[in-house]
Design a protein around this ligand. Structure first.
Ligand code: FE2
Length: 318
């Protein structure tokens, strides 16, 4: 099965092609706001502007044409309404124009499935950490179940807000990771409630601490605190579920310090740990194509006109 996947939940417009689960291409273009966070209208304009270029690049590097495709998949949610609508509309248009079936894919489901596929860790406990989401989840017979999650903001959102408070030109996780290198620990609020997490107290305290401490120390301490909280909640869920493996996925899973903490946790608890290459933890079209194939094979689909974006969609109700 040859599948095109379109991703547009936030700042990335992605188009990827998979054939029978093998990634053939994964093209993208990112909207980079200057100082503010993501402005929905601007992200949507960006995606509409670069769409045809990203699509052509994906098809040509996969060496396929639209006519050869068996399925068009798009990222249905959760995400920001305006950019989501661009991806959905474009996918619908392609589906109708080329008479291809269309399927909507839950974005976290795609992150989890491509990570399972690429790491080889089967039936894992998952730490899904991205801009808007922070969840601990696992798949059961009836679908995905969330064992714990953030009660307020997502981990990536915490980092992006802090980076802007610290005056960084490009509020991105990798830039924050560089800033935190060699920092010293200062005490910040640590809030774990069973297997759930809360980051807003940490966010406020970190912003305040910037007035008294070097940005490097605050960045380091905030990341250490937030990652330790994730590890504690994840380990509690691990004992509860008795899973034999854990994976991390989503944008923040690219963070090397988080990866090393999870590797230690897994080793101490005698379970496997896996994380996919960075390309698949960022928002990308290939994972949507991969997951679209799985869903279509399992459940089939409905007519193109019946699909619409679902900005608040959760993995446990998708
Ligand atoms: Fe994502």
């Amino acid at each position: 099965m040859l599948v095109l996947g379109i991703e547009s939940t936030a700042h990335t417009l992605g188009a990827g092609v998979c054939r029978n689960g093998e990634v053939l291409s994964n093209a993208h273009d990112i909207y980079k706001p200057k100082k503010e966070g993501i402005v929905p209208r601007k992200a949507a304009d960006h995606h509409a502007e670069v769409f045809s270029e990203v699509l052509s690049s994906s098809l040509s590097s996969a060496g396929v044409s639209m006519e050869e495709l068996d399925l068009v998949a798009f990222s249905q949610g959760p995400g920001i309404g305006a950019p989501l609508a661009v991806g959905c509309t474009a996918a619908k248009y392609l589906s109708l124009k080329y008479s291809k079936p269309l399927i909507g894919v839950n974005h976290p489901y795609a992150h989890v499935k491509i990570a399972e596929h690429l790491t080889g860790v089967s039936n894992p406990l998952v730490l899904y950490v991205s801009g808007g989401n922070t969840q601990i989840l696992a798949e059961e017979k009836s679908g995905f179940r969330i064992f714990g999650e953030t009660l307020d903001i997502g981990l990536g959102n915490l980092f992006d807000t802090f980076a802007r408070e610290a005056g960084m030109a490009y509020a991105h996780g990798s830039a924050l990771e560089n800033l935190a290198r060699g920092g010293s620990y200062i005490e910040l609020p640590y809030t774990v409630k069973g297997t759930n997490l809360s980051f807003t107290g940490l966010q406020t305290a970190a912003a305040r601490a910037l007035k008294e401490h070097p940005a490097r120390d605050v960045a380091y301490s905030m990341m250490e605190t937030a990652f330790s909280m994730c590890c504690e909640a994840l380990e509690r869920a691990l004992f509860l579920t008795r899973k034999k493996g854990i994976i991390a996925c989503g944008g923040v899973a690219q963070n090397r310090r988080l990866q090393s903490m999870l590797r230690i946790l897994a080793k101490e608890d005698g379970v496997e740990f896996g994380v996919a290459p960075d390309e698949y933890n960022r928002d990308n079209g290939a994972m949507i194509a991969y997951a679209g194939d799985l869903l279509y094979t399992k459940k089939g689909t409905k007519p193109p006109e019946a699909w619409s974006p679902a900005p608040n969609q959760r993995i446990d109700s998708a």
